[in-house]
Design a binder for this molecule. Structure first.
Ligand SMILES: [Zn+2]
Length: 118
């Protein structure tokens, strides 16, 4: 756990995170030209109707944008933690996030044990 190693890891992570955040923001802007908030949640009925295509497309775009926004939020939080020094520490249990997990998911703010928990 050498300091120098952690320093270069953080520098690399910062570049990855900033790059990813830029991509995500462009994608979100493309999906959602209007307001960047959660938007209207369309009811999830299973009945097929005449305007189902329009509703489905709108819902797909809205859902895709919401997923990207969720990811962007994680990236922003990870970047914040890089600046504040808590990067690589699980925000839920406070343990270190495993190196391979951070390499695969540089924006991970939780360890693998906490990832699926509320
Ligand atoms: Zn944890």
């Amino acid at each position: 756990m050498a300091e120098a190693l952690a320093g270069s890891r953080d520098g690399r992570a910062r570049e990855q995170l900033r790059g990813r955040l830029g991509e995500l923001e462009r994608e979100i802007a493309g999906l959602r030209p209007g307001r960047p908030d959660q938007g209207t949640q369309i009811g999830y009925g299973k009945r097929a109707g005449d305007h189902v295509n329009e509703v489905t497309e709108q819902r797909d775009r809205s859902r895709a944008a919401a997923e990207l926004e969720h990811l962007a939020e994680q990236v922003r939080r990870a970047l914040e933690r890089l600046e504040q020094g808590g990067y690589g520490i699980c925000e839920r249990c406070g343990r270190e996030i495993a190196g391979p997990r951070l390499e695969a998911l540089p924006w991970a703010v939780r360890c693998i044990d906490c990832a699926g928990l509320p």
